[in-house]
Design a protein around this ligand. Structure first.
Ligand SMILES: [Zn+2]
Length: 342
């Protein structure tokens, strides 16, 4: 969602929390992070931590024009990290697959919001609690984005999705590299070593030139993947997945996730504005309410009124029963399809 929109919503959200003790600057950084990710991941021993949570400058958005596929900024806007904006990153996936991954990532951030860089210390006890608003800011971003017409399709909101698959054709080879990165079993501690591993899988000259030129960024992407995997392994112990049958749809429930590459850039920008959330009666209020629940639970865990597990379970329940409350028949649909209800 349009960056200024996130700021405005956060300001209004915080009005619900008189005398709050939040670290607002960190909260804002996290809130903007999915749009402007310029962080740094490093191995510390065998674990990868996010050592720099740097938000890119708004000017860096220009680099999306001459794209570097392995930059997080690119992937976040147009690639595999589209789920950080409640969007589909691959139209061959169905709604359930996209929904589950969004929730899984939110849960990663939820556990990080309690332990921050203590996340890999063992055992993770209450005395290791180190809350950080940055991570909960990212969660709020994902929830807010799910209310953007350009990102999700919601019941009772007319949608027009022009199908423009102009970008997909450039993705194939690069996605293969990414698949290899995701499936590497043993840790790789430097770019050179990673290049050697990739060369065992890609032997065409042009592929090798491509890899050599970008190895620095490919290695950064690799570390990010390791980080994600390791966090998932920790966070899954904090909440119980529930399978809830959803037969009845509520007004404004999500019915599908949009796919960026189906959209004209202009369409995306136009419908990404806060304006469209305000246009439908009760929609803005629902979004604020859902963000409020999450922020309030964070406040409670931070102040010691909830244990990390209670906190994680309550957020999980909230996500499946509100923000991502999706009827069973919609879960089976392919994502990013053309829905024209206008
Ligand atoms: Zn976004």
């Amino acid at each position: 969602m349009y960056i200024v929109g996130h700021y405005i919503i956060l300001t209004e959200l915080l009005e619900n929390f008189k005398e709050n003790t939040f670290d607002i600057e960190r909260l804002r950084q996290g809130l903007l992070y999915p749009d402007l990710p310029c962080g740094k991941y490093e191995f510390q021993g065998t674990k990868v931590s996010m050592v720099d949570k740097h938000v890119c400058s708004i000017k860096d958005i220009k680099s999306l024009l001459h794209t570097n596929y392995f930059k997080p900024l690119f992937q976040s806007h147009r690639g595999v990290y589209a789920f950080l904006h409640s969007m589909s990153w691959d139209p061959s996936l169905n709604v359930k697959q996209v929904r589950d991954k969004i929730i899984q990532y939110i849960m990663n951030f939820v556990v990080l919001s309690v332990y921050d860089d203590n996340i890999f210390k063992k055992p993770l006890r209450n005395d290791l609690i180190k809350s950080n608003e940055f991570w909960i800011g990212i969660v709020l971003h994902i929830i807010m984005d799910s209310y953007s017409k350009a990102h999700t399709i919601r019941l009772n909101i007319p949608t027009k999705t022009p199908s423009q698959k102009y970008f997909l054709k450039h993705k194939a080879f690069k996605d293969e590299i990414k698949n290899v990165l995701i499936n590497i079993k043993n840790n790789i501690y430097n770019p050179q070593e990673l290049k050697e591993v990739l060369f065992t899988k890609f032997d065409k000259e042009e592929e090798r030139i491509y890899i050599t030129k970008r190895i620095k960024y490919i290695y950064a992407t690799y570390k990010m993947n390791v980080f994600d995997k390791q966090i998932k392994n920790v966070s899954k112990n904090f909440y119980k997945k529930k399978s809830v049958k959803v037969k009845t749809k509520n007004t404004y429930d999500i019915t599908n996730f949009q796919y960026y590459n189906d959209q004209k850039s202009l369409y995306h920008k136009q419908y990404d504005f806060l304006l469209y959330v305000r246009k439908y009666k009760g929609l803005y209020e629902r979004m604020i309410q859902e963000c409020k629940v999450v922020l309030d639970l964070f406040k409670q865990v931070k102040e010691g009124h909830l244990t990390p597990k209670q906190y994680a379970n309550q957020i999980y329940t909230h996500l499946v029963s509100h923000t991502f409350h999706i009827a069973d028949d919609d879960l089976k649909q392919k994502t990013g399809v053309v829905y024209d209800t206008q």
